[in-house]
Design a binder for this molecule. Structure first.
Ligand SMILES: [Zn+2]
Ligand SMILES: [Zn+2]
Length: 300
């Protein structure tokens, strides 16, 4: 695994907690009785997915804490981070750090193998879902101290899985085993695998209208993945406009997260929302292509 990264940058090692959590979630899914899934159970599961993935992950952690594309109160920010924890994706602190590491390296030519997307989906499944990168020199990534030392984030970093187990017990008490498997295991399983797959696919396939100069990765957009991932699949737009709370740039790019952001703004829960095309959200090295650049699996 040392070939994946230079030892002066950090280490990539097998992570037992990460792997254990993944299969602790995935294996019980095999026992689900799909004939017992009714409309009510489907709607509850979908509703919790929207709250945790769209509100918690995409709007709260990604567009809020990491990219700071809007302002909000301490309380609302903490609620969003808590919703992220219930997505089952893992520690918010680990995801914040990983995002800074990836951004830093993907925007450079000397991007290590581990962060570049020159590998296959099988390799990516192993690297991303079972291995853990530890940075040697965390200072170089300029992660804001206010986030690294945030008491709420640090507490959730230590306890994130306990909150999920607590909710598993609650769901079991309030309903039955099959509902527990659907609401907590199937939902979290789809979230983890969906999040991983969208990260992989949007760095490999799709269309891009921006080329990030001197960068190893400019990423791609995908209209279908963008729609089902609450906007996260418009990844070329996001690489070019990291300061924008809105990931879509054209009418055919439907960013559901953005509509929720507009609602939160209207409810006065967030303010000072940065929007591509309105505010100056574009990265300096992002150059617009004259034509769309396409990348398909068959011409890799
Ligand atoms: Zn990002
Ligand atoms: Zn990216």
């Amino acid at each position: 695994m040392n070939t994946l990264i230079d030892k002066n940058i950090g280490t990539v090692e097998f992570s037992s907690p990460k792997t254990l959590w993944l299969y602790f979630i995935l294996i019980p899914i095999l026992w689900i009785d799909y004939s017992k899934i009714d409309l009510k159970l489907s709607l509850i599961t979908f509703g919790i997915t929207c709250l945790t993935v769209c509100l918690g992950h995409s709007i709260g952690l990604h567009r809020g804490v990491i990219h700071k594309t809007y302002n909000t109160s301490r309380t609302f920010k903490n609620i969003l981070i808590y919703l992220f924890v219930l997505s089952g994706l893992g520690s918010p602190l680990n995801w914040i750090k990983l995002h800074y590491y990836r951004d830093y390296w993907q925007n450079r030519q000397d991007c290590p193998k581990y962060f570049a997307y020159k590998h296959t989906i099988i390799q990516d499944y192993w690297w991303n879902l079972h291995l853990q990168f530890t940075a040697k020199d965390i200072e170089r990534y300029t992660i804001p101290k206010e986030d690294l030392n945030d008491k709420w984030i640090l507490w959730l970093h230590k306890t994130w899985y306990l909150h999920n187990i607590f909710f598993m017990i609650i769901v079991y008490i309030l309903s039955d085993l099959n509902s527990l498997l659907v609401i907590m295991f199937l939902r979290i399983g789809i979230t983890i695998l969906g999040h991983w797959y969208i990260g992989f696919a949007t760095h490999k396939y799709g269309y891009s209208r921006f080329e990030i100069e001197h960068a190893n990765e400019s990423a791609y957009n995908d209209v279908i993945l963008g729609l089902i991932s609450f906007g996260e699949g418009f990844h070329n737009n996001h690489h070019a406009h990291p300061k924008s709370a809105k990931f879509s740039l054209k009418w055919y790019e439907i960013d559901l997260g953005w509509y929720l952001i507009l609602l939160l703004k209207r409810l006065k829960l967030i303010h000072n929302v940065q929007e591509a095309g309105v505010a100056n959200t574009k990265k300096q090295q992002a150059k617009k292509n004259n034509r769309f650049k396409w990348s398909f699996p068959w011409n890799q």
